[in-house]
Design a protein around this ligand. Structure first.
Ligand SMILES: [Zn+2]
Length: 136
């Protein structure tokens, strides 16, 4: 069974309990790596400059403590393989729905490849294919 590296474990620990519950379930079945949980001001502005977010500090869900967002990629990371990211996200969203239905998570989850949650992926202005956030 896959498990998180110490680096992934530490990043996930900065996230809301629901995201921890979710990805501790996901990792049992689908190997993945936690890229980022909480982002401080410097990290958020770096992400903005790199075009990885459209939000300045402190408006991102990564800027809360605990973080209401987490960036996760299927392992091993291959940034060109977006199909695999979508494949992974479908798996994550299915597990998230199940955990919410079972009362093990209190929030729903929004994916950065389907911001409006309509299950269409071609109606997006901005894709963030590794981003999962809690809906408030
Ligand atoms: Zn993100």
């Amino acid at each position: 069974m896959p498990k998180f590296s110490q680096a992934s474990f530490s990043k996930l620990a900065t996230c809301h309990q629901d995201l921890q519950v979710l990805f501790y379930e996901v990792i049992k079945h689908f190997d993945c790596t936690i890229l980022e949980g909480y982002r401080n001001k410097e990290d958020q502005e770096k992400a903005f400059s790199a075009g990885n977010t459209q939000l300045h500090w402190p408006h991102g869900k990564h800027n809360r403590q605990p973080s209401m967002a987490v960036d996760v990629a299927p392992y091993p990371i291959d940034w060109k393989n977006t199909k695999r990211m979508y494949w992974f996200s479908g798996f994550v969203m299915g597990i998230a729905q199940k955990l919410k239905d079972e009362g093990k998570m209190t929030h729903g989850v929004r994916y950065g490849g389907d911001w409006d949650g309509d299950k269409e992926i071609d109606d997006q202005n901005f894709n963030d294919l590794v981003h999962f956030e809690l809906i408030e």
